[in-house]
Write a protein that binds this ligand. Structure first.
Ligand SMILES: [Zn+2]
Length: 207
């Protein structure tokens, strides 16, 4: 890897270990990527790696169509969702996907609703472009699928009519979010996961 690529790769590995320690990546689940600042290709986690022992050699280069470049390993099963985001958002340079208890439970419970509304919280200001607590953010929920082309197309169709997304949920599955760099994407994950837990715990006070 070239120096700049290696710097991003090391930063992503630190982020993956942090998320794993938080319990955001059970078993070998969850997948992560960044846009290589050297050549615009995508560096993505190889399939089936325990995120507790993940290192830079577990990242592999793919093109924007999700095809491996000079690598016999299989990229993450959800590669096409990563490339869909990079193709759509030129400003996205890191995509993070986590499976947590709160994002799994809420996305399953609110699937019929189609979205989860996060409203009135100070921590919303951690999301890119948000300057006040006095606002709301809707995170759409899509039915899960094992057919990534079909799923990516469904998300793209929704996205055409809804600008300014901060992330999206797959029902009973997990969260996707992104950022201009690894630190920004990590911040988005932390904010959204924190607010999902708040949303869940607030149900105690509602009848
Ligand atoms: Zn997943």
């Amino acid at each position: 890897m070239q120096a700049k690529t290696l710097q991003w790769a090391s930063e992503l590995v630190d982020c993956i270990h942090f998320l794993h320690q938080k319990g955001f990546a059970p078993a070998t689940s969850s997948n992560y990527s960044f846009r290589n600042p050297e050549d615009g290709t995508i560096m993505i986690s190889a399939s089936g790696i325990d995120k507790g022992t993940f290192n830079t050699s577990h990242l592999m280069a793919i093109n924007l169509n999700g095809q491996a470049l000079n690598d016999k390993r299989k990229p993450s099963a959800e590669t096409l969702l990563h490339t869909m985001i990079y193709k759509r958002l030129s400003e996205a340079n890191c995509v993070l996907h986590t499976h947590t208890v709160f994002n799994t439970v809420l996305s399953a419970a609110l699937r019929q609703n189609g979205y989860i509304r996060l409203e009135g919280y100070e921590v919303l200001k951690g999301l890119s472009g948000i300057k006040t607590h006095d606002t709301f953010v809707d995170i759409p929920i899509f039915d899960n699928s094992q057919d990534m082309s079909e799923l990516a197309e469904r998300i793209e169709n929704y996205w055409d009519g809804h600008q300014g997304l901060h992330g999206f949920l797959l029902a009973g599955h997990g969260l996707y979010t992104w950022g201009k760099d690894i630190a920004s994407a990590k911040r988005q994950i932390e904010v959204l996961e924190f607010l999902f837990e708040c949303y869940y715990r607030m149900q105690i006070f509602q009848t």
